[in-house]
Design a protein around this ligand. Sequence first.
Ligand code: HSE
Length: 375
Amino acid sequence: MRIGLLGFGVVGRGVYEITAAREDMQVVKVLCLEDVTLPDAEVTRDYNAILADDTIDTVVEAMGGLHPAYEFVRGAIEAGKNIVTSNKALVATFYDELLPLAESKGVQFRCTAAVGGGIGWLSELGRARRVQTLRQVGGIMNGTCNYILDSMTRLGLTYADALAQAQSLGYAEANPSTDVDGIDTWHKVILSSNIAFGISLEHDSVPVAGIRSISAEDVAQFTAHGYVCKLISTGKRTDGSYSVYVQPTLVAQGEPEAAVPSNYNLITFIGDTSERMSFYGQGAGRYPTAYNVVQDCVDLLEGNGFYSVYGEKIKAVNDDMLCYYVRGAADAWLESNKADAWGEAVITKPVAVADMHAWLKNHPGAFIAALPIKN
Ligand code: HSE
């Protein structure tokens, strides 16, 4: 395999290092805007030098962001090159364009590192759906949020201090909003649901609530009631309808998610045959992420292209009924759905996920967290 590598940052450099030690693949050209010299690959600032090189059969995209990654990946597919990418924003956003295009051009497309970094989550999802119907996917998919929530819960840090630490450790992406407002998790659950269920979700139908407004007082309430707060994604299929959302969620102490430390991920699927299967590991970082990029390249060499068929456009209905912890705003709707109070926060009666998120849109400073469903 002869690889054109787009990007030489955290992930790109890791891919270069791992492939340098292999016989079956070689990075021959690297798109990089900085002055870098590599012993066995040509470094170029010109994407067209990679596109026009007919000896390059596979493009590995490790630039991140939507543009120009989209234009470069699309161009490479049209030129007949296979794609491996770790870019969840790109794949989630252009899923219903890039996947059919790759199929029509007869090229392969893999993106395992886009969800869970070093965890072989998407690969296993693709395998899982070959022999069973998947009912649910989701879990802790963002290491930065887990680091912040874990530091607040175990060490008693304020949100601002925990975020500053996550940034100084290099966990948070350039713009912390992508992580703390749940956008990164949103991309990941959309992509996971598309692959698990063989659909193409309408993005606007997937609501997201992040952790930006959580306070130390909220965390103290959760601890006092025996809960740990985590940013949890959910993708569910029930009788042919779908509920897909991202929100802070209270997990009972003793549940596996409650014990996930630092910046780790814990992602789960539930299938008709396997029941619950969970995957734990490093969701980010140079070598874990590059590891899965190289795994995808090996899969391409073995003829394993994409994970699932591309499916029909679907709107998530989000009619699950959940109780919520709500703090930071009040109105008649909230009052009419009040069941209890924890300090200054309201605990709601069961309300539809879609209704709670519609309310939050009109009260953007408020903090919400779903309570677990009592069996
Ligand atoms: N910023 C992400 C996280 C890593 O914190 O999990 C890349 O997906």
